[in-house]
Design a protein around this ligand. Structure first.
Ligand SMILES: Cc1ncc(C[n+]2csc(CCOP(=O)(O)OP(=O)(O)O)c2C)c(N)n1
Length: 571
């Protein structure tokens, strides 16, 4: 039968698959079960749709998230009703906090059973409403195609985010006519939902502030990466000579070897970056939301600075910091409009002043197997042609600060939710989106153990993720807080690990343990040289700390730059 033939009857499941194909989706991460079985029954009829069977639905959501972050397209995950759907929750919340276009398709019990506490019935729409951009229960097969198209469109449009579509089993088996639809493109959106360039007077004011400022800074966030506005950001910085700070999720929005790159701000940001913020008279924020990990105590944040805030979501403008000019729109479009008005200028004196604030990085390592050595070896072995996916904890901060990101969007992490267990499954999605380059998942021994079951997925599907475990025997970041703020009471933070080399062996992948700095380079090279997934455990110093650190609730001026003397630690 011809595509578009109005007499063609398809099941809801076939319609779902067809819409995915029509919308350009070719990869799904999922796990089957009773209420989603009709969908899985239809799936083999659509060989264009590759399905990756994960080992836990949380990993499906993170892998879809990683795929979306790396590809710029939508990431799709699939789960059954009840426990399958609830296992997606952390992954959806992670994507929601970081604005990632993930579409989750969940099976639901048949319509007649809804509301009766049926077997594996969960109100997943109710559960995920606050952590999705949109969620839809499809109650009629007639609505299914458009609901699925809308799910993908809504996930991608404007400020991206996750969308869940819940499909009762009998809607998956019901039949109706297939009607062809158009592929959702940003340009297809109705004009009121498209990005509009801010009014000319606001752009003029921003340009005037930029030319008048004596101590200006650019703070670039995730919005630059989501908009792909790398060239525009660089042009603004170079034309105005303004130093660029990149937030955790803004890392790799600006080349780090560039003379204007300053570093990361906030709780674990560099001292000179935080001091520069406190001394600035203008902050040009691009695609960031000034969250508390960046600002520290808001009342004391950049008190001498006026703020220009370039941001897609109007509700973010003025939410955390008062702004002099808010420029609402896509970072690329706004920067292009601004660049038409911004003149060349120099910031030599201010840059020299900031250079004078730079201190040697506080060193907390006693041994030679430092995170710096490990990250330096990965950078050297890959020439930076590589994507680093980090987990959450101390290693995440080292990964953010000790590797020089030169290529756009080469650093991926869970910023907003700070989800341990993210790196390993997200790296699977990244690796499938970027088959041309190595992908490293870097985790602590805690976070690695949260989703290490996914090694089996990598083996079954041939996904070549290189896994590095920074093993310090502790839930390191929490232990550091306990050391600094809880009188060294290491409550529930020592963590035992299995023998990772034997674990790798059990999965049939190469595994190495590295105990000294001398072994780092070889182990990294070997992992890269062997095809497929590989694992390297680095036994780093147990009580190494991340410096500097702004204590929670303190201002950016109050950083801890060395081990607190034991007598100052409260008992
Ligand atoms: C799912 C989840 N549970 C708990 C936390 C709180 N938390 C933040 S960092 C951290 C410790 C991480 O330990 P590890 O994975 O070993 O990494 P390290 O800090 O040692 O580098 C914990 C428990 C979290 N962020 N996510």
């Amino acid at each position: 039968m011809e595509a578009g033939d109005l007499t063609e009857l398809l099941t809801g499941s076939q319609i779902l698959c067809r819409v995915l194909v029509e919308q350009g989706v070719d990869l799904l991460f999922g796990y089957p079960g009773g209420a989603i079985m009709p969908f899985y029954h239809a799936l083999p009829e659509y060989p264009r749709l590759r399905h990756v069977l994960v080992r836990h639905e949380q990993a499906a959501a993170h892998a879809a998230d990683g795929y979306a972050r790396a590809s710029g397209g939508v990431g799709v995950c699939v789960a059954t009703s009840g426990p399958g759907a609830t296992n997606l929750v952390t992954g959806l919340a992670t994507a929601h906090m970081d604005n990632i276009p993930v579409v989750a398709i969940t099976g639901q019990v048949s319509r007649a059973m809804i509301g009766r506490d049926a077997f594996q019935e969960t109100d997943i729409i109710g559960i995920t409403q606050p952590i999705t951009k949109h969620s839809i229960l499809v109650e009629d097969v007639e609505d299914l195609a458009d609901a699925a198209r809308e799910a993908i469109g809504v996930a991608l449009e404007g400020r991206p985010g996750p969308v869940l579509i819940d499909v009762p089993k009998d809607v998956q088996t019901a039949k109706t006519q297939w009607r062809e639809g158009a592929r959702a493109e940003r340009e297809d959106l109705p004009p009121d939902r498209r990005t509009v360039v801010p009014p000319a007077p606001d752009l003029d004011r921003a340009a005037a502030l930029i030319s008048a400022a004596r101590r200006p800074l650019i703070m670039a966030g995730h919005g630059v990466i989501l908009a792909g506005a790398y060239a525009e950001l660089r042009e603004l910085a170079e034309r105005t000579d303004i130093p660029v700070i990149t937030t955790l999720l803004g890392i790799s929005a600006f080349p780090e070897a560039h003379r204007l790159h300053l570093g990361m701000p906030g709780m674990h940001g560099e001292v000179h970056v935080n001091r520069a913020i406190q001394q600035a008279d203008l902050i040009v924020g691009v695609g960031l939301r000034f969250d508390d990990r960046v600002t520290g105590n808001l009342a004391a944040f950049a008190r001498g600075a006026q703020v220009i805030h370039i941001e897609l979501d109007p509700s973010e403008v003025g939410k955390n910091v008062p702004v002099a000019v808010g420029l609402v729109g896509d970072a690329g479009e706004v920067l292009r409009a601004l660049l038409q008005r911004v003149n060349r200028r120099e910031c030599t004196a201010w840059r020299e002043e900031i250079a004078g604030l730079v201190r040697p990085r506080p060193e907390s390592y006693r041994g030679d197997l430092s995170p710096e050595t490990i990250l330096g070896a990965i950078e050297a072995a890959t020439g930076g042609h590589c994507t680093i996916v980090s987990d959450v904890g101390q290693h995440q901060m080292w990964v953010a600060k000790l590797y020089r990101y030169q290529r756009p969007n080469s650093h991926i992490t869970s910023g907003g939710l700070g989800t341990m267990g993210f790196a390993v499954p997200a790296a699977m999605g990244v690796a499938l989106a970027r088959p041309d380059q190595p992908v490293w998942a870097i985790s602590g021994d805690g976070g690695f153990q949260m989703n290490m079951q996914e090694i089996a997925t990598m083996v079954q599907e041939g996904i070549p993720v290189k896994m590095a475990i920074f093993n310090n025997g502790y839930l390191g970041m929490v232990r550091q807080w306990q050391q600094f703020f809880h009188g060294r009471r290491y409550s529930a933070t020592p963590i035992w690990s299995p023998d990772y080399v034997r674990l790798a062996e059990a999965y049939g992948i190469p595994g190495r343990r590295v105990e000294t700095g001398a072994g780092v380079e070889d182990a990294v090279r070997e992992a890269l040289d062997r095809p497929g997934p590989a694992l390297v455990e680095f036994q780093i110093e147990q009580e190494a700390n991340v410096f500097p650190m702004i204590p929670p609730g303190a201002s950016l001026s109050e950083s801890i730059e060395a081990e607190p003397p034991p007598k100052l630690v409260p008992a």
